[in-house]
Design a protein around this ligand. Structure first.
Ligand SMILES: Nc1ncnc2c1ncn2[C@@H]1O[C@H](COP(=O)(O)OP(=O)(O)OP(=O)(O)O)[C@@H](O)[C@H]1O
Length: 325
């Protein structure tokens, strides 16, 4: 089943939190909505699920959806999962029970999803004794067990350690492949979008600024806000480069040049004043003030420059992206 919306708008006290003229997620497709804190990601997700008041229309398979139809079609995993005072298996079965299924059948159907999410061994544990990561897995199993036609995931991996997150991403990708659902994944993490979503939308200040295939969107920001969101935080405007368009680059692609070092071939060289050196563990980030604004470079090389001194940075042409106004 597909889900979409037209002229969706959430306002609070006359202030628009989210304005989306049109959005569609196809059956079997995962769309990531990537945005900074406060961009309106959760608000958009809740509006699509009729979990918050919005003007406009939510569509299921292209037709205006009633709240009842959405309740049947949609399962949601919200940022902080709430589990009942019951066993893990009963929690995983809770969505099916809500839809009227008997306890033993619901438990039988839910069990494979605990297995798929790697928590089958915890089935008889009391849910309130789980770690945060385990609880997230159970909440996802609970949502998947109802075989939802639409799945709304609101930062389901927040608060998990890196290894747990990587494992859960892989388990979830495999689990989603077993369902045919339209999936909306809200995240502020590019890796999650990359691992799970065929398409990605960038949400800034409540508006979708860019949408397309995940790989293309993540590598080609459409405007300076999108560039920052995607990690292209070094902005090189025409006044600095002499080019006719803003160029952006990831700090990891910018390298400091020694005093007398020649410019590397096929690269753009720019200079500024070193503001500070930020240790990153195994590397350092050099924050530099150019004539047109801040820039940064990340390097594992020894840095002899001190704050206040002039420094030259180079970035290969292949790592520069042209970016709209
Ligand atoms: N009920 C409300 N009343 C007033 N403002 C609200 C309400 N709900 C959300 N907001 C504001 O709307 C904006 C968007 O909130 P939302 O939770 O959708 O952002 P988000 O992109 O999910 O952020 P985060 O990544 O921090 O979770 C924020 O500025 C938030 O403070």
């Amino acid at each position: 089943m597909s889900i979409g919306c037209r002229e969706l708008r959430v306002t609070v006290d006359g202030r628009a939190l989210v304005t989306v003229p049109a959005l569609d997620i196809a059956d079997g497709e995962t769309l990531a909505v990537l945005g900074p804190n406060g961009a309106g990601k959760s608000t958009l997700l809740r509006a699509l699920g009729h979990l918050t008041h919005a003007s406009g229309t939510v569509l299921l398979d292209g037709q205006p959806a009633t709240t009842t139809a959405l309740r049947h079609a949609v399962a949601a995993v919200l940022q902080r999962p709430v589990l009942q005072r019951a066993s893990v298996l009963d929690n995983a079965a809770a969505g099916l029970r809500l839809r009227g299924m008997g306890r033993s059948e619901a438990r039988r159907r839910a069990e494979p999803w605990l297995d798929a999410l790697g928590v089958a061994h915890l089935a008889e544990r009391h849910a309130r004794t789980l770690s945060g990561g385990e609880a997230q897995r159970v909440a996802i199993a609970r949502a998947l067990a109802v075989a939802p036609r639409v799945l709304l995931l609101d930062e389901p991996f927040s608060g998990l350690d890196a290894t747990t997150r990587t494992d859960l991403l892989a388990d979830l990708r495999a689990a989603l492949d077993r369902l045919s659902a339209a999936v909306l994944l809200v995240t502020h993490d590019r890796e999650e979008a990359h691992a799970l979503a065929q398409r990605t939308a960038l949400l800034v200040s409540g508006e979708i600024r860019q949408i397309g295939k995940t790989d293309s969107v993540l590598d080609a920001p459409a405007d300076p806000d999108c560039a920052n969101l995607l990690g292209f935080t070094t902005h090189l405007p025409p006044a600095l480069t002499g080019r006719d368009v803003l160029l952006v680059a990831r700090p990891e692609r910018c390298t400091p040049l020694g005093d007398d070092a020649p410019a590397p071939p096929d690269s753009l060289v720019f200079e500024g004043v070193l503001r500070r050196v930020v240790p990153l563990g195994g590397a350092v980030r050099l924050d530099v003030d150019t004539a047109t604004g801040p820039a940064a470079a990340v390097t594992t090389a020894d840095v002899t420059s001190t704050p206040g001194s002039r420094i030259r940075l180079a970035v290969g042409f292949t790592h520069l992206r042209a970016c709209g106004p």
